[in-house]
Write a protein that binds this ligand. Structure first.
Ligand SMILES: Nc1ncnc2c1ncn2[C@@H]1O[C@H](COP(=O)(O)OP(=O)(O)OP(=O)(O)O)[C@@H](O)[C@H]1O
Ligand SMILES: [Mg+2]
Length: 395
């Protein structure tokens, strides 16, 4: 039975978490027999532990009263808008001196220390800073001030040979209407630079920094951020008859993964020039399309690779049938005859929870490489056999 001092607020669709020993500090849960999962994690001031309940893994973070409710609220607002943040599940007013936040464990995610200290992951480490820049741009476009961007407050997921960054710690975040004003963006970047430079110095002093990571990592992220921000927010100025330039900019934004919300005429600027502003939403253009067409969940760059494959297949099928085959039908064909058989061929060789979307993209990469070498399309089956024989240990 729930004790009077304990209040659980759990979103619908999750276990009720009421059997856990909330009266006891997290540090003592193991001794109480709670099955704690050992997962890779970043540095943190607060106690954080991972537990498995009804086949899913959750992260529980303990802090002083009220904070859990606030952080839950902030994460929920961002998650509902499909921003890359950990998924909130609920919060608990556990004891008079403590509250706890419950989030869904972000599967197949890696903290930066694992990425920067494992030779096996060396090729990914160079993308880590770019991923943080892209995450900050997305948050700022959506009006979110983070207030504590750091390597430890970010998790990384592999994304078609690169990385996508997720916000894991929203304790200091604030939501504003519309894109974040320049002063707050500037402030957020200052905090990011100070935090990340301190974390990188710490790794250097312990001789743990992988080669290839710039020592001025904060400044590097700021430059990447500014370039991306300008690319995404710049207005399109056109003369009569140049409407195609708007289409071009929309395509360029889509290629970066941003879906367009609306195109607005901002001012005529006098003369015969027109100025358009293109509003974008989160970086989910191909993710949303892939999900709508096939039901598959993937990261943005993984989804882009799969959508490219579906588009190529559309051309081939349309030519074979001498008629235009609708994208929905092509996607079903791809899922049934290409994606599923490839995944089924791989599955016995993978330990759960395998990152299937990433492995599928690696097989596509291998198929491309083998086909280039033998100057003919080797097909998915051969590329998968070769992948199992030669590359599985790196997957
Ligand atoms: N949902 C989650 N999925 C995977 N890992 C998680 C999750 N929540 C927390 N973690 C891990 O726990 C670590 C600590 O979490 P968090 O940054 O929220 O704690 P903190 O004590 O508030 O940190 P800080 O010291 O910055 O205040 C993270 O770096 C991450 O590795
Ligand atoms: Mg933190």
């Amino acid at each position: 039975m729930e004790s009077p001092s304990r209040r659980l607020h759990i979103l619908s669709g999750y276990p009720d978490f009421s059997d856990l020993p909330w009266e006891t500090p997290l540090a003592e849960w193991q001794a109480k027999g709670v099955p704690i999962q050992d997962m890779p994690r970043g540095l943190s001031r607060h106690p954080v532990l991972f537990i498995k309940l009804e086949a899913a893994t959750y992260a529980i973070k303990e802090y002083s009263p009220q904070h859990a409710a606030q952080e839950h609220e902030a994460l929920l607002a961002m998650h509902t808008r499909r921003l890359p943040v950990v998924q909130p599940v609920g919060y608990v007013q556990a004891r008079s001196a403590a509250s706890a936040l419950i989030t869904r464990y972000l599967h197949n995610s890696l903290p930066y220390r694992t990425l920067l200290m494992s030779n096996r992951l060396a090729s990914y480490s160079q993308h880590l800073l770019d991923a943080i820049a892209a995450l900050l741009v997305q948050l700022h476009l959506a009006g979110v001030y983070w207030g504590d961007c750091s390597l430890s407050n970010t998790l990384f997921r592999r994304d078609a040979g690169k990385l996508t960054a997720y916000l894991v710690d929203a304790e200091t975040s604030e939501a504003h209407a519309g894109p974040l004003p320049p002063t707050l963006r500037h402030h957020d970047l200052e905090i990011m630079e100070a935090n990340i430079d301190a974390e990188i110095s710490d790794l250097i002093s312990h001789h743990k920094l992988m080669p290839g990571i710039p020592h001025e990592a904060g400044a590097y992220i700021r430059i990447k951020y500014q370039r991306l921000w300008e690319e995404i927010t710049r207005d399109v100025v056109i003369k009569p008859g140049e409407n195609y330039l708007i289409q071009e900019q929309i395509r360029a934004l889509n290629a970066l993964g941003f879906a367009v919300n609306e195109v607005k005429l901002v001012d005529s600027g006098g003369g015969n020039q027109l100025r358009f502003h293109i509003h974008v939403s989160a970086r989910n253009f191909h993710r949303n399309l892939l999900q709508r067409l096939t039901g598959l969940e993937a990261e943005e760059m993984q989804a882009q690779k799969m959508i490219n494959e579906i588009s190529e297949l559309k051309a081939t099928l349309s030519q074979e049938r001498s008629q235009d085959v609708p994208l929905e039908e092509v996607a079903r064909h791809w899922y049934e005859h290409i994606y599923s058989p490839t995944v089924e061929q791989m599955q016995p060789h993978l330990a759960p929870p395998a990152d299937l979307a990433e492995i599928y993209c690696q097989i596509l990469e291998n198929k491309w490489y083998l086909s280039e070498k033998s100057r003919c399309d080797v097909g998915h089956h051969t590329a998968t056999l070769d992948f199992i024989a030669n590359h599985l240990q790196d997957a």
